[in-house]
Design a protein around this ligand. Structure first.
Ligand code: NDP
Length: 332
């Protein structure tokens, strides 16, 4: 049966302008790093993508090596497009990336022109797309000249295979230099994608200032610290959770007593705000106007719904922010 999206889908979502560009992104975006791979049940992935779109999430974030196996999240998303979302292509912002290891040999990793151009061509085939909206260099490359990597991104935009370009996890000064190189080529860097959450605040040490000054958008990844910033681990490690799965980057050892003390303390603030812990973690990263969007992951439809409902309470008092700080300080 042909999929018809809910006509009310734009009723409640908040859209933020991305830096100085004309592009707006939803305040929360769906990431396909986990739970969209070849090993995951297709119908569950499909249901999450559809529900996200119905709730106004127009932005889906991918990378060449999301899966497992590598490439399979793009294949899954290609299938979701073909079955459901293709008629809505012009309502979607689809991103992908290259920069981490993807294929064997010297041309499937880091930041050469050779790697980035070939990788995007592969990504487009897997998703069945002519172009992506945003193409990212996924991580800094200490060996390839920045001019080459930025030149590859420029070439990709000029060829029409991406509308905008982004960088991920670049430190502040390298970000500023990337902006300058691109400006010289007549392109404004659209967006930076760093990690940011209550437990991981490296971006506050210079990067956010650079993005504000250069008017570059910011979409933060792992806003829930991969699920640690929810109430799920407070009693035990549930068997279906990311920390219990063997194929993820969150391990049982990451669920430490110290983290649990902090999250327990934060959870009390969430309850006072009448929010779930996950919702409060989203509201916390969005408190700064420089943050365009938070890209979250989900393993089921209810989590997508819970995250979108975070937008019902994005306000913070100074007192609440102080209590967050004291939760972090007290339990170290
Ligand atoms: P999150 O910090 O949002 O963690 C997602 C996990 O949190 C889910 O898998 C789920 O865990 C749990 N969760 C989500 N919502 C809820 C809820 N409402 N209640 C309880 N638990 C919840 O982000 P990710 O680490 O998944 O990263 C998000 C996206 O960021 C990725 O998909 C990717 O697009 C991007 N990313 C980019 C990187 C880069 O280098 N640029 C690196 C990493 C991510 P569970 O599975 O246990 O249910």
């Amino acid at each position: 049966m042909t999929y018809i999206a809910d006509s009310e889908r734009y009723g409640t979502m908040l859209y933020n302008r991305c830096g100085q560009s004309g592009l707006k992104l939803p305040a929360v975006s769906l990431g396909l790093w986990h739970n969209f791979g070849g090993i995951d049940p297709f119908e569950r992935s499909r249901a999450m993508a559809r529900r996200a779109f119905e709730l106004g999430i127009t932005h889906f974030d991918l990378a060449n090596n999301y899966g497992p196996p590598y490439g399979s999240a793009e294949e899954t998303f290609g299938q979701i497009l073909r079955k459901d979302l293709a008629p809505y292509r012009d309502e979607l912002v689809i991103s992908t990336k290259a920069g981490w290891d993807m294929w064997p040999g010297p041309y499937g990793d880091f930041g050469s022109r050779k790697y980035l151009i070939a990788s995007l061509d592969q990504s487009l085939k897997r998703m069945g797309l002519d172009y992506v909206d945003i193409f990212y260099h996924h991580r800094p490359d200490p060996q390839t000249p920045l001019e080459e990597t930025m030149g590859a991104l420029e070439q990709i935009v000029r060829s029409g295979k991406a509308l905008y370009i982004g960088i991920s996890s670049y430190p502040p000064e390298m970000t500023r230099r990337a902006v300058e190189i691109l400006e010289d080529m007549g392109i404004h860097l659209l967006i930076h994608q760093p990690s940011y959450n209550i437990l991981d605040r490296w971006v506050e040490d210079g990067l956010l200032d650079v993005l504000e000054q250069e008017e570059v958008g910011c979409i933060v990844f792992s806003p829930l610290a991969q699920g640690l910033l929810t109430d799920k681990y407070l009693k035990e490690i549930p068997p279906s959770s990311r920390a219990a799965r063997p194929d993820t980057f969150l391990n049982r050892e990451d669920v430490t007593e110290q983290v649990l003390r902090k999250v327990g303390c934060l959870n009390e603030i969430a309850q006072q705000r009448s929010q779930s812990m996950a919702q409060m973690a989203i509201a916390w990263v969005l408190r700064k106007p420089v943050i365009t969007s938070a890209v979250f992951g989900a393993s089921r439809v209810e989590q997508v719904e819970d995250i979108v409902a975070a937008l019902n309470n994005l306000e913070w008092t100074e007192d609440e922010l102080d209590v967050v700080e004291s939760c972090l300080a007290d339990s170290t």
